[in-house]
Design a protein around this ligand. Structure first.
Ligand code: DAH
Length: 337
């Protein structure tokens, strides 16, 4: 009985001193564990005279219950303290200013290029590419623009050598595609082009998207249908479209395509030079001479082609009046798109 009392006493001292859950766990094992002090006492019951066993047994149980109660209370207390400590050390000041993570987005030209590509892809056009450093043959000759042709005056060419140029338009991709593929085909060719020219509406490098569709029995109405659908997707379905006769060496007949001025709704303003119309692309039926030079039989196949300037279309779409803004990398401008 004395020993039981001293177990109880030493437990009380130790529990007072326990400051954390690990300490508490050790005490728990020491007193109530399988090989703990109380189990040892229980085992010693057998060596006690039978008549004293019940009293001694219930005394052990009493101490055991007492110890277990205190352990539970202590555990709740220490767990609370532990949590409090963790909350303190992990405390966040949610009123601190956050870290600014800058988001990038596509350049306006890239965005419009993507939009144009999406529209034509949805009509089944494949996307093709060609070199920016191009042979005179593909840039001019094979497009029915011979050396002395006046059309070469329209394009201020960067010559690398007599027969190598920076492509002045994406039209040479038409020839390269026809050389490697058989009809039927429908492609667009987006990319950079170069001309020695610089003012409010011209930069030495700019972007074009070329289009070409070749099959048996392609007619001007196919050209009109495709381009009208394109324009209505890009500028809105109520945009008026007009085909105006024009001339390009690589198409016959040729047409320039205008849309009703989006600034004055066709009434006439400074941007449309009071005509009510804005020119947005060149087009036509592929000239039989071009088919011949690319190795297609013009008696068997017909097709249409078109070409547009991406900067010009972007400027019209967003009312931008100076093309150079696209290439100054001024974030105040770029962030608006
Ligand atoms: N290549 C012409 C240019 O750079 C644009 C063009 C006009 C392309 C008519 C075409 C076309 O394919 O049919 O100005």
């Amino acid at each position: 009985m004395d020993e039981l009392l001293s177990i109880r006493k030493s437990f009380q001292d130790e529990i007072e001193a326990a400051e954390d859950l690990t300490g508490l766990q050790q005490i728990k094992i020491k007193y109530t564990g399988k090989k703990g002090l109380l189990s040892a006492k229980m085992k010693s019951l057998s060596s006690i005279p039978p008549d004293k066993r019940p009293a001694f047994g219930s005394a052990i149980n009493e101490v055991k219950n007492f110890i277990e109660d205190i352990l539970t209370q202590r555990e709740v207390l220490l767990k609370g303290k532990d949590k409090e400590k963790r909350l303190q050390s992990e405390r966040l000041d949610i009123s601190l200013p956050g870290k600014f993570i800058p988001f990038g987005n596509g350049h306006p030209i890239v965005q419009i290029l993507e939009e144009i590509k999406d529209i034509f892809s949805s009509m089944g056009f494949d996307i093709e590419e060609g070199p920016e450093i191009e042979l005179d043959h593909y840039n001019f000759e094979a497009l029915n623009i011979p050396k002395d042709h006046p059309a070469r005056d329209m394009q201020d060419t960067f010559y690398i050598s007599d027969d190598v140029v920076l492509r002045t338009h994406t039209s040479p991709v038409q020839i390269r595609v026809m050389e490697k593929r058989k009809p039927p085909l429908q492609i667009i060719a987006p990319g950079k082009v170069y001309r020695c020219d610089a003012d409010l509406s011209h930069t030495p490098m700019f972007h074009q998207v070329e289009g070409l569709m070749v099959d048996k029995d392609i007619s001007f109405s196919d050209l009109k249908g495709v381009l009208e659908l394109f324009i209505h997707s890009l500028f809105g379905k109520d945009t008026p479209v007009r085909f105006r006769p024009s001339y390009f060496p690589f198409t016959e007949p040729s047409a320039e395509v205008d849309i009703g001025c989006i600034f004055c709704s066709g009434k006439g303003c400074r941007v449309c030079k009071t005509t009510g119309w804005l020119e947005i692309l060149g087009s036509g039926l592929v000239n039989p001479k071009v088919f011949e030079m690319a190795g297609y039989d013009p008696g068997e196949y017909s097709g249409f082609a078109f070409g547009m300037g991406v900067e010009r279309i972007t400027m019209l779409k967003y009312s931008i009046d100076d093309i150079r803004l696209f290439y100054e990398n001024d974030l105040r401008f770029l962030r608006q798109f």
